[in-house]
Every structure is written in structure tokens, then in C-alpha cells.
Design a protein around this ligand. Structure first.
Ligand code: PHB
Length: 402
């Protein structure tokens, strides 16, 4: 070979070695299953707003990659529509991850598909404690029903001084879970649950009058209520006010769902004095929440308020972004789960972590009272229990222990 040719060959080889292809930005497909229609339509919009706002405020969080959110409407809380949609998202759309799930039956029905297809899934609301036990590919950034109900039970017996309590609950898995959690905490604290009243289903808002009249006649010290946030919560607080239960000496207590920020101001005076155990209120003054609320108002208007579901969307999106960035857009299911286990984040609700053992959230719980402040209802924090792990799994109760 003559020298000139040799030089050229060497030159081409050198150029080829130097020409490292530019890293390709990946697009990660995330199927988002939420309720966008019917009585529970507000949930989907609120969670999407939280997710979108996170991306808008953190444009670099994906490490140069993209996410495509494929929105699907789970319509009613029966689980059947959500399951069909999850099936389609997995087989036809070939999503890399799943997110959302407002109602527990939607997550419960979808869990076997999630396991079979190994799709890392971020639960953004559904609160039945044992949901995270149903698939090793499920992580929850919202709450377990026990996070609030169990310590609320202890607090009601020991600090509020309620000797007896009635429990009203929406009759489906998270309602039964909330009842069991409250009862366990309340009776461990020395109280006695004197009645447990199933109050309809999550698809329709019932007339709460007969249930609350029954409680008024029984005269317990406390009435603990779990109903889904949204129109159920607004209606139950109104009925509590209309029937004069507070005047009859019966304190209304519950998880934060019954004083959801988006519904609170509309509840009027009936809400003042309610005590809940909760992990978020728009009134929190920690810097992460003040920045979040400011960004929310700038994006969605002064009259719009975030609530715990919006924060679950924000935090859930932060978890997704963490996975996308860590894996540089190439979603391997087992590596994604590894990245999520032990993940820590400064949320508007305070510091949160994904417990590596249970894949459930660890978060602060607050005893909160609704107080009147000028012409506004305000959420006042009375006490904080730091970094609560799901008590159902800590105590190994029922399906949580298996
Ligand atoms: C649930 O179905 O798990 C659920 C729904 C609404 C809530 C809380 C939990 O406010």
C-alpha cells in the first residue's frame, strides 16, 4: 500500500473513532389513568395540573429526555374501566411506566397486569393500605389510609378525650381500611367504637341525613368520617352542620379528605372546628409549599387552589422524572424500581421518602383544626408526627402482614 493511501485510511479510522454519535434524547411513555368525567372529574384535572406544573417548573429534571403523558379516563370507581385502559396502554401503546389511579378499585384491578408486564407504576391517590402489596412494580406517592386514620384514633381517645366514637365510611376498600385503622388506634388509646355505618358507594353522593341522624341519636363523643374527597366530602360536612351535630356535642374528625382545600371555603361555618390528621393543606408555610402555591396561582389563577391530590401529582411527577433522569430515558423495570426505593424529595407537604422495604410513602402527619380567620377558613396545625411509615404494614395487620 502506498504511503498516501495508508495515511488516508488511518485518517478515516481516526475520524470514525472521534465521531461519537450525539446522545439521543429518549421519549418515555407514561400512561396516566385518572377520573376525568362524572361526579369525580375534578380529581383528574387537579392531579394533571400538579404533574404538568412540576415539569414546567423543573425543565431540566428529565436530564434532556422527554416524557409523553398518555391520559386515560377511568370514568367510574369500579376498577373495570381502569383495567381495560391499563391493558391497552400496556399492549397497544407500549408504555414504559404507569401513573395515576384515584380510586382503590382501579389500582387493585390493574395490579395483576402491572405485575405481569412489569410496568413501574406510581400510585398518586388510591389509599387502601395493601395496594402496594399487590405488585412489586407499584410505588405510592400519596398515602395509605392508615397514615391518617390510625394516629387520628389515638389522638381522639387520648387528646380530644372522646370516650366513644361512631364511624361513617364509604363502603368500599379504602373506607373499610380507614374504619379498621381508626378503630385499632382509638381502642388502643382506651376509646370504644359504638357504631360503624356504611354510607353508600364512591360513584354517587348519597343523602347523608339518615346516617348522621342515627349518629346524633347515639351521641358519641366523636364522629370519624371517611368519604372520598370532592363532592362526597362537601355534602357530608354540610349535613353535619344542618343536623346540628356539633351543637349536640359530637366532634367531627377524619382524615384530610373531609377538608380538601378545593372544597373547604365552600363548606362554610359547618367546617370550623373539624379536626383531621393530614399530610397537606394549602395553608402550610414551609418554603417548598409557599413556592408551590405561588407557582400554582401564577399558572392557574389566583382563584384556583392546590390540594393534596395536586401535590400527589407534583410529587409523583418528580418521582417519574427521577427515574427518567437516573436511567437516562431507557426504562428497565427493575432498575426503575431500584431508583425509586429510598428516593427522597422535598415536597410541598414536607420531606418525603419511598420506604425501600414497602415501596410506600413515608411522610409527616399533622393534627389540623379548621379555624375561622376573617372571612376565610384556615387550616391550623396543632401537632406534627414526623416521618410516619404506613402503620398497617408496621403493625402487620391483615393483608398488610402477608
Ligand atoms: C381511594 O379510593 O383509595 C380514595 C379515594 C378518594 C380519597 C381517598 C382514597 O379521598
Amino acid at each position: 500500500m502506498d504511503m498516501r493511501l495508508l495515511k488516508n485510511v488511518a485518517g478515516i479510522a481516526l475520524l470514525a473513532a472521534l465521531a461519537v454519535p450525539a446522545a439521543q434524547a429518549a421519549t418515555v411513555k407514561v400512561g396516566v389513568v385518572l377520573t376525568f368525567s362524572g361526579v369525580n372529574a375534578e380529581w383528574g384535572d387537579q392531579i394533571m395540573r400538579g404533574m404538568n406544573l412540576y415539569l414546567k417548573e423543573h425543565p431540566d429534571s428529565l436530564g434532556g429526555n422527554k416524557v409523553e403523558l398518555l391520559k386515560r379516563d377511568s370514568k367510574n370507581p369500579s376498577g373495570t374501566v381502569a383495567k381495560t385502559e391499563v391493558q391497552e396502554l400496556i399492549t397497544r401503546d407500549k408504555v414504559d411506566m404507569l401513573a395515576g389511579f384515584v380510586f382503590s378499585p382501579d389500582a387493585i384491578a390493574s395490579a395483576p397486569l402491572i405485575t405481569e408486564a412489569k410496568v413501574p407504576t406510581i400510585i398518586m391517590n388510591a389509599g387502601t393500605a395493601w395496594i402496594t402489596k399487590l405488585s412489586p412494580y407499584i410505588v405510592r406517592t400519596s398515602f395509605s389510609m392508615w397514615h391518617a386514620a390510625y394516629p387520628m384514633g389515638t389522638y381522639a381517645a387520648k387528646t380530644l378525650g372522646c370516650k366513644t366514637a361512631a364511624v361513617g365510611y364509604t363502603d368500599y376498600p379504602p373506607g373499610k381500611d380507614s374504619l379498621e385503622a381508626f378503630k385499632t388506634g382509638f381502642e388502643a388509646g382506651g376509646g370504644k367504637v359504638v357504631d360503624a355505618i356504611p354510607m353508600g358507594n364512591p360513584a354517587q353522593v348519597p343523602d347523608f341525613t339518615p346516617f348522621l341522624q342515627r349518629v346524633k341519636d347515639e351521641k358519641p363523643g366523636c364522629l370519624y368520617v371517611f368519604v372520598p374527597a370532592g363532592p362526597h366530602a362537601a355534602a357530608v360536612v354540610k349535613t353535619y352542620g344542618d343536623l346540628g351535630l356539633r351543637e349536640a356535642g359530637i366532634k367531627l374528625i377524619g382524615p384530610l379528605d373531609i377538608i380538601q382545600d378545593t372544597k373547604l371555603q365552600g363548606m362554610g361555618k359547618a367546617a370550623a372546628g373539624i379536626v383531621v390528621m393530614g399530610h397537606y393543606a394549602a395553608d402550610y408555610t414551609n418554603p417548598a409549599n409557599e413556592a408551590f402555591v405561588k407557582a400554582w396561582h401564577a399558572a392557574y389563577g389566583k382563584d384556583s387552589t392546590p390540594d393534596f391530590s395536586a401535590v400527589a401529582g407534583w410529587d409523583g411527577m418528580a418521582a417519574i422524572a427521577h427515574v427518567v433522569k437516573t436511567l437516562d430515558g431507557k426504562i428497565d423495570p427493575d432498575k426503575a424500581m431500584k431508583a425509586l426505593e429510598g428516593w427522597k424529595f422535598e415536597s410541598p407537604r414536607g420531606p418525603i421518602m419511598i420506604d425501600p422495604q414497602t415501596r410506600d410513602i413515608v411522610q409527616n402527619e399533622h393534627v389540623e383544626e379548621v379555624v375561622e380567620k376573617g372571612d376565610r377558613l384556615h387550616v391550623k396545625v396543632l401537632e406534627t408526627i414526623p416521618q410516619v411509615k404506613d402503620p398497617c404494614k408496621e403493625l402487620k395487620v391483615g393483608k398488610c402482614g402477608q
